[in-house]
Every structure is written in structure tokens, then in C-alpha cells.
Design a protein around this ligand. Structure first.
Ligand code: SF4
Length: 172
């Protein structure tokens, strides 16, 4: 049951964040991310999922980079490299920053999103954390609703959405 719950929690983070992140970004002013050059030889694979019981969150960054006493999460993305990180990817990285802080007791100053042809460094600011917590609150609230309306008019999102088959509000 716990496994089911944890799986569901991370599915929420991966999926529902995508739906509502546009709205959150307008409100919160997410950090855009800086293009950086990294030495991937210092990236260490993560053995097990990180977990926070208080928020019911679990997740496993693709890599952790040790910088002094700090661990920096790295999220790998495939497909087309965007000009700036997608909102949903920023939130996903923020979840990993939060889990890293809870697990290792040291707040990461930033995380890294790796796209095929560019890496972005995204600051883990208190504003981003607040925005994430607010988003998680919205998700928990919407879980209890029998119907949650579509929050965008972007057919491209629907085309790429994993919930498309079951969704009666899809645009494509
Ligand atoms: S298919 Fe449905 S759930 Fe997916 S993005 Fe479109 S409206 Fe949202």
C-alpha cells in the first residue's frame, strides 16, 4: 500500500505539475536557469530513492554532484533542447532539491537540468521552494475533487500528455 502511495505521489509530481506549472510560473516567477558547462565525470549515480514522509514525496534524481558539504541534484532530459528549462522540469528539480535537503541535512544552492545539447543551472531559491510547496498543496487539494478542469489551451501539451487516453478535456 505504501509503495502504491509513494508511486502515486511521484506520478503526481511528474504529471500534474506539468498541467498547472504554467499558472504557477506566472505567480511565482520561477528562476529561468543559466547555461553552464559541466564535467560529467564528477556526477555520481543515485542508488536509492529519496523520501520525505512529512510531504509524502519520493523521487530519485539521475545523479548527485558532491560540492563540498553539498549535494547537487542532476536531472537528465531527452528530446529537443529548449532555449530555457521547461517549468515542469524546474519543479521536478525543485522536488529533488527539497528531498536532498531533507535526506542529507544540507540545502543545495541549485540543481542542474541536463538536456542533450545544453545544461542549465537552476537556483533553489526560497521563492522556488515556496512555489513548490504551494503547488503540492494545490495537488493535495485537487486530489479530493471529483473533477479538475484543464488549466491551459495548449494542444501540444495534450499531445505529449501521459493521461491523454483517459482525459475528457484533451485538446488533441
Ligand atoms: S490531455 Fe488532459 S490532462 Fe493531459 S494536458 Fe491535456 S487536458 Fe491536461
Amino acid at each position: 500500500m505504501i509503495t502504491l502511495y509513494l508511486g502515486f505521489a511521484i506520478l503526481l509530481v511528474a504529471g500534474i505539475l506539468f498541467f498547472i506549472s504554467g499558472r504557477q510560473r506566472r505567480h511565482a516567477g520561477l528562476p529561468g536557469g543559466r547555461v553552464i558547462y559541466t564535467d560529467t565525470r564528477s556526477w555520481g549515480a543515485v542508488e536509492r530513492s529519496l523520501f520525505d514522509a512529512e510531504l509524502g514525496l519520493t523521487g530519485k534524481p539521475d545523479y548527485l554532484v558532491e560540492q563540498g558539504a553539498m549535494f547537487i541534484p542532476v536531472e537528465m532530459k531527452t528530446g529537443r533542447t529548449p532555449a530555457a528549462p521547461h517549468d515542469a522540469h524546474i519543479f521536478q528539480l525543485a522536488v529533488y532539491c527539497l528531498l536532498v535537503e531533507k535526506t542529507y541535512g544540507k540545502r543545495p544552492s541549485h540543481g542542474i537540468i541536463h538536456y542533450p545539447s545544453r545544461d542549465f543551472e537552476v537556483d533553489y531559491t526560497s521563492e522556488l521552494e515556496t512555489s513548490l510547496l504551494s503547488l503540492l498543496f494545490d495537488i493535495r487539494r485537487d486530489e479530493r475533487r471529483s473533477r479538475v478542469n484543464r488549466s491551459h489551451a495548449d494542444a501540444g501539451r495534450c499531445r505529449a500528455c501521459g493521461f491523454r487516453q483517459a482525459c475528457d478535456q484533451k485538446l488533441a
